[in-house]
Each structure stands twice: as C-alpha cells, then as structure tokens.
Design a protein around this ligand. Structure first.
Ligand code: 5GP
Ligand code: ZN
Length: 138
C-alpha cells in the first residue's frame, strides 16, 4: 500500500469502487471511464508500479483473474470479443502507477479502433531489432 495510490485505496475500501471479483492476490473493479460497457481493471493487491516491478506470482494471478472476469462478462454481457491491455509507463499511456490489466469487452460496431497503423518495415529492420533483443539475453 502506498499513501498516494488510488488503486491501493480502492483495494483497502478507502475509496469507492465497483468491485466485481477478488481473490487472495487480486481485485477487479469497473473502470471509472469505460471504453466500452463493462470495461474493468484487474489489479494485484500488492502494490507494484508497473509491468517491470510486479512479482511473477502476482502477474500470473492477475492474468488468470482477467480471464476469469472475461468469462464472467461473456455470460453476463454477451460481448463479441475482448481486449486485455496493459500500459507500462507514460510513453505507453500509463496514467495510474499501480499495475493493472484492462479487460475490455468488445462489441461489433463499438467505436474503438486499432491504436496503430500497420506500416511494414525497411529491409532487414525487423531482423536487426530481433538480433538486439536476443543479444540482451534472458
Ligand atoms: P492506464 O491509463 O494507466 O492504463 O489506465 C488507468 C485507468 O484507470 C483509466 O482507464 C482510468 O479511467 C481508470 N481510473 C482512473 N482513476 C480511477 C478511479 O478513481 N477509479 C476507477 N475505478 N478507475 C479509475
Ligand atoms: Zn497501489
């Protein structure tokens, strides 16, 4: 728990939240600004700022909880699909610095768009980047 973290406060019951699921390691609650009807967030109970900080056990529990929630939404909301999304750091759109997975039910003809435009790559560029990643090791 960090004093300033709004998600820690929702977990602790110090701020209101529409909690829809929880287990020993995770809590799921509705997003205050839903991208589509049903948009929810799954967070670890243990505070971790982002993907780089979260412990493996909490990350595993969070993705399993996200699928459990998606299955529950499947029954309750009958969406046509789902996006599971994580933003890590401001450059990648993160605005709340307590790790979370967005579970976004998708509906045919909802207004969301793919956030990138497929552009291809110059000759050899993909292979060069792949080599850099491999060279950084495990
Ligand atoms: P991020 O931009 O970090 O990936 O996602 C943060 C999400 O948290 C946003 O979708 C935003 O709407 C949601 N959010 C921000 N403040 C609150 C809050 O006080 N309560 C709830 N339930 N969601 C919040
Ligand atoms: Zn927190």
């Amino acid at each position: 728990m960090t004093d300033e973290c709004i998600f820690c406060k929702i977990i602790a019951g110090e701020l209101p939240g529409e909690i829809v699921d929880s287990d020993e390691r995770t809590v799921a609650f509705m997003d205050i600004n839903p991208a589509t009807p049903g948009h929810a967030l799954v967070v670890p109970r243990a505070h971790a700022a982002d993907l780089m900080e979260i412990r493996d056990e909490d990350l595993q529990a969070t993705i399993v909880a996200a699928r459990r929630l998606a299955r529950r939404m499947e029954a309750a909301l009958e969406p046509d699909g789902f996006n599971i999304l994580n933003a890590c750091r401001p450059a990648a759109w993160q605005t709340v610095f307590h790790f979370h997975l967005h579970v976004i039910p998708r509906y045919e003809n909802d207004p969301l768009k793919l956030p990138w435009i497929p552009r291809g790559a110059e000759e050899g560029q993909i292979a060069a980047v792949a080599e850099k990643i491999r060279a950084a090791g495990a």
